[in-house]
Write a protein that binds this ligand. Sequence first.
Ligand SMILES: [Zn+2]
Length: 216
Amino acid sequence: MTKNFIIYGYPGAGKTTQIEMLKKSGFRFFHVAVGKLLREIAADDTPLGRKVKDSMASGELVDEDFVLRLVKDTLRTADRNLPIIFDGYPRSMNQIRGMEEICREYGLDIPTLVCLKITKEEAVRRLTDRRICSVCKENFSFTELPDKEKCLKCGGKLIQREDDKPEAIESRFDLFDLQFGVIRHHYQSLGKYVEIDGMKSEDEVQEKIISLVRPI
Ligand SMILES: [Zn+2]
């Protein structure tokens, strides 16, 4: 049976970058990205698309049962020869139970949770670096900016978003850590938990991920 994985990352640990690198490396896997699936549905001008779009826009969570059906439909089409990589999902014990039930029904391997971990200080250091142009919305790295005040593209004023400020990052990090505790415990008890040191360079982290997910 092909081994499956869930990739999780503490805020700022670089999960998205690592999954992009994994795709570019030529390694083939079946990627289950719930956020992306929802955005695709929301882009459709149908009653369902509008409903999903509305709940996403209002910041409320999309109905869990709906998300689970979506995951089920997606897994039904999965190529059984490829490892499945769940991207930052499931996020709660309820979602985990639902996902595991689907895996059992379809005869799929219960995934191993891989968590990219960094310290809170590092998360703050990495995430407070972002500046955004108040006019054209382009993102910049503060440390790499030649002019700390003005947008390189349009000359607009650069600002730091409220959620990129240290206090906001610290509370996001603490909330993740709190919610993650029970999830980590679940996978540890199954013997399916691996932690990767996200403080290492992007290439070293990638190498570690590849060594885990690539079938021998
Ligand atoms: Zn600009």
